[in-house]
Design a protein around this ligand. Sequence first.
Ligand SMILES: [Zn+2]
Ligand SMILES: [Zn+2]
Length: 143
Amino acid sequence: MLPNRFRMTPQRMAILAEVQSAERHLTAAEIFERVRRKYPTIAYGTVYRTLHLLAKHGLIQEYPFGDSASRFDRRTDRHDHVHCVRCGELVDVEVPIALLARQVAAEQTGFRILDHQTVFTGICPTCQEQRGLDELGRTGTRR
Ligand SMILES: [Zn+2]
Ligand SMILES: [Zn+2]
């Protein structure tokens, strides 16, 4: 069991700072690479465990995606995402309809809804471009 009290060490601060300054939703491995620039001796396991701990204490959010790596989010408010099934990229998206869906879910079931998250899966622009290159040389346009 984890202790209730969360002790903020310089290393933990550095790990939290990397998530908070990240321009996108990083994996534990990506965060490890960044933290290692300041703490060359830090172990991957330490970074990994700290990230879970930070998420558990609500300082960041963790989004696990099946067998692909978890992504860590500096935003702790409720928000929705699009997720690329090819590279695992996770991007914030503002979807007003998601709030309506929550209301419908409550009305249809009688539940008091505590939380909800919408994840749209698809293929990101970078991967679409990649696929376009893969398909170069094939004849004609699809349709
Ligand atoms: Zn992608
Ligand atoms: Zn996010």
